[in-house]
Design a protein around this ligand. Structure first.
Ligand code: NIG
Ligand code: FE
Length: 429
């Protein structure tokens, strides 16, 4: 029966147990149970513990049973920062950057985000939905069971709303849970060139009320960057969003050290994201305010920028999350294995810290640590089964996805050993 599942004999069960972000040295604690079992009933986790602790007389009728011997079992991954609904692609920009053009130069001459805005405005709902669904399918194959998605490729009322509606519709119809973010302040559109204040007035007066009154987004984000939105402008937008009931996020200190991390702390944001150039003061402020530092190493890699200082952040007692930043420009990837490789080999995270950053801390960055991100009784039955016996294989099998099965709400939704992605009908395998 969908939603009822027993996984037993897992060589290594990694629980990541917890109901809130893990800070600093706590990130290394991922809760390993050898020879573990998980019981999911009515989509929620019931039992988590050693297989030997399963009641001998457990009634297996109505349960799918998976023998995970020789395999590791972990919570589903939470990708807490993406821009996965967009029109068009920008492969030419990749080549221009290889040639030496910078991301901001390309944007300043009307490419970059503006290019995708034009394509997203043109795209119909069906086109955006089909492309979005395909990306969600790929996410499931990487073990992602919860994802955040941003607007920000409309920069006008209709298209911002269209992007959010597509995500809400996909959330209803696709196994991956989608948390939506309003990013109307992603760039100043060409028709407001040199009139950032007027554009911000428009966002606050016209778009934000539509988004909040129709419950289209849970979070508000701003691209706070030199040449995009200043600290003062970002503060104004985020304060208005908070007054309307949205939780806050921030693209912070990506290209220059502008003080985005400090602003996120000042406003009590859930997360500050990117942080390649966050200062010592910014890092201390995030730690003090409990802002989740959401790091996006695939973006640093693709832009050939230095990585965020994850080790300093953890030493200063920050909670660090890792996310793909999937978008058609700076990070056209949804590869969890690549993130794990970059986090460990380039940023110096341990395999355990990497797992926490991809699960519980990602959930905390979405204010969902009470329902996903770990294998704890009461949480959603979201888990992955690896082809190998230990989580150590995730960064070690460099760049290769080793997710064999993905389970969402207790139902098998991806199985590498099966030719079909069953979406709830394991009997097809
Ligand atoms: O997170 N930096 C701003 N926004 C995205 C990129 C968007 C794009 O280039 O289309 C990011 O990197
Ligand atoms: Fe982003």
């Amino acid at each position: 029966m969908p939603g009822n599942l027993i996984v037993e004999n897992a060589t290594e069960l990694v629980t990541c147990s917890g109901f809130a972000a893990k800070y600093g040295s706590q990130m290394a604690n991922i809760g390993i149970i050898p020879d573990g079992a998980v019981v999911i009933e009515n989509e929620r986790i019931g039992y988590v513990g050693p297989t030997s602790g399963l009641p001998a007389d457990i009634d297996r009728t109505g349960f799918e049973v998976i023998d995970a011997s020789g395999k590791a079992v972990l919570p589903g991954f939470v990708d807490a920062h993406t821009h996965f609904v967009f029109g068009g692609y920008r492969p030419e920009e990749f080549a221009w950057r290889l040639r030496g053009d910078t991301y901001m130069e390309i944007m300043a001459r009307g490419g970059g985000i503006h290019n995708t805005v034009a394509a997203t405005r043109k795209a119909g709902i069906e086109e955006l939905t089909v492309a979005g669904r395909k990306r969600l399918d790929t996410m499931l194959s990487f073990g992602i069971t919860t994802v955040e998605g941003k607007s920000g490729y409309g920069l006008d009322l209709d298209t911002e709303v269209k992007q959010l509606e597509v995500m809400i519709d996909l959330d209803d119809r696709h196994p991956v849970d989608i948390a939506t973010t309003f990013l109307g302040a992603h760039a100043v559109p060409p028709n407001y060139k040199d009139q950032a204040k007027r554009y911000i007035d428009f966002i606050i007066a016209d778009v934000l009320p539509e988004v909040t009154s129709r419950n289209l987004a849970e979070f508000c984000d701003v691209f706070c960057e030199q040449g995009v939105f200043s600290i003062d402008q970002s503060r104004r937008i985020l304060k208005a969003a908070a007054r309307s009931g949205l939780k806050l996020k921030l693209h912070a200190d990506e290209i220059v050290p502008l003080g985005g991390a400090e602003l996120a702390a000042e406003l009590g944001a859930l997360s500050a994201d990117h942080l390649l150039h966050a200062t010592d003061t910014g890092i201390a402020a995030m730690a003090g305010a409990g802002v989740v530092a959401t790091l996006l190493p695939a973006t640093a890699f693709c832009l050939k920028e230095p990585y965020a200082r994850a080790r300093e952040m953890i030493a200063q007692n920050c909670a660090v999350a890792l996310a793909t930043d999937l978008n058609p420009g700076s990070s056209f990837t949804l590869s969890i294995p690549m993130l794990a490789a970059l986090a460990t080999l380039q940023m110096g995270l341990s395999p355990e810290e990497t797992i926490t950053a991809l699960t519980l801390n990602g959930a905390a960055a979405l204010d969902r640590a009470d329902t996903v991100g770990s294998l704890d009784p009461g949480k959603k039955g979201d888990l992955i089964i690896l082809e190998y016996p230990s989580y150590h294989f995730i960064p070690y099998h460099t760049g290769v996805s080793i997710v064999e099965k993905t389970i969402k709400n207790g139902t098998l939704v991806f199985d590498k050993t099966c030719n079909e992605v069953p979406y709830g009908d394991a009997s097809k395998c």
